[in-house]
Design a protein around this ligand. Structure first.
Ligand code: UT7
Length: 346
């Protein structure tokens, strides 16, 4: 037989050989307490209508005092393992900007409480891009042969760091956790993660930050300096530009065209940002999954929560070409692609 004919012809964006990380489980958790826009409008100088029209948010879920990020992460992680129908993984990567404590990392505690003792467990902080960075880290552990299965969790409780009196942030952020299970598999399988595009721009680190509480300003600062701050307008423009650019980069690496993407599941920062990215990519806004109305901006939990909402509604179906993307403090951004697998969401 002609050797050329016998060669495996790779699908666009799919390496012909090697080990890929395959998404095989999905689980999410949001705290039961719902804060509708009306509650924010009753306290602050804003209105239900302003929040709805300018952000697309209708309500957010918020933890009660005493509930920590790990509590949400444990619930989401356990559901993801159940959805994948497995009990063990070799590593846990937790994306969070709101760890239970500044030291140690929250991931080992989450692993222990899920019953995953003695596995590799570490935190990743890329703010709202955290889930994409954690996903890339988990996929890297698998393709390097360090792990066979990895639990990747994005969990944040921004209600514990936003100024409750700031309409600019208290109206936008919500709490939640989302998790996926990755397993070693073949590049052509449904669920196999394609290439990643990850980037950062530390020149704009001040646009999204908590000024005090780190080594620059240890345990000092006024109360205000211990709160999360965001230069909303500048961040808004950069979020659109960087998420659209990152999507184009990852599609180029994958050998795909923008129109090949059936669904974009990107960070739910603001409904107008989703529309802006759709415009920049020349794609219909209907291709962009949205659950921001229900949960607000949940930082590292945003992408897996959106995936779950889209699975539950039937918007995401096995075989569809999906692009995941995010943007956040750092500044940071990231994207990857996969063909959606046949997984059960509990
Ligand atoms: O997740 C990580 C990345 N984060 C993001 O991507 C978020 C990006 N930024 C945004 O989503 C938007 O910039 C915000 C939702 C934060 C703000 O919306 P905006 O349409 O960009 O408002 P703005 O910052 O341009 O402010 C317009 C006006 C200002 O008043 P003046 O100066 O024109 O009098 C703000 O003080 O709206 C005011 N404003 C509000 N008014 C009522 C800001 N927040 C509120 C509010 N209610 N909650």
């Amino acid at each position: 037989m002609n050797e050329k004919i016998a060669e495996v012809v790779p699908l666009p964006g799919v390496p012909a050989e090697g080990t890929s990380a395959v998404l095989c489980g999905l689980g999410t958790f949001v705290p039961p307490r719902v804060v509708p826009n009306a509650d924010i409008a009753a306290r602050l100088d804003t209105s239900e209508e302003w929040i709805r029209a300018r952000t697309g948010i209708r309500q957010r879920h918020v933890v009660d005092p005493g509930t920590a990020t790990s509590d949400l992460a444990v619930e989401a992680g356990m559901l993801a393992l159940k959805s994948a129908d497995i009990e063990d993984v070799d590593a846990l990567v937790l994306a969070t900007t709101t760890p239970d404590r500044p030291c140690p990392a929250t991931a080992p505690d989450v692993a222990h409480r899920i019953g995953l003792d003695r596995i590799a467990a570490f935190d990743v902080n890329a703010v709202c891009t955290g889930f994409l960075y954690a996903l890339a880290s988990g996929a890297g552990l698998i393709s390097a042969g360090v792990a066979e299965r990895v639990l990747v969790i994005g969990a944040d409780t921004f209600s514990t760091i936003v100024d409750p009196d700031s309409r600019a942030t208290a109206a936008i952020f919500g709490d939640g956790a989302g998790a996926v299970v990755l397993r070693a598999g073949a590049p052509h399988e449904l669920g196999a993660l394609g290439p990643f595009d990850l980037g950062s721009d530390g020149q704009d680190a001040d646009l999204i930050m908590v000024p005090a509480g780190g080594s620059r300003q240890p345990r000092s600062g006024t109360e205000d300096e211990r709160y999360f701050t965001m230069a909303g307008k500048a961040v808004f423009r950069k979020a659109i530009f960087q998420m659209a650019g990152s999507a184009q980069s990852v599609l180029h690496k994958a050998g795909l065209r923008v129109r090949d993407v059936d669904r974009f599941v990107i960070h739910q920062a603001n409904a107008r940002i989703l529309n802006g990215v759709a415009d920049m990519l020349g794609q219909p806004a209907a291709k962009f999954v949205r659950n921001i109305d229900d949960v607000g901006n949940t930082a590292a939990a945003s992408v897996p929560l959106a995936l779950t909402a889209a699975c539950a509604s039937g918007e995401l179906r096995p075989g569809q070409q999906v692009l995941l993307g995010a943007f956040g403090g750092g500044l940071t951004w990231g994207s990857t692609v996969l063909r959606w697998p046949d997984i059960s969401v509990l």
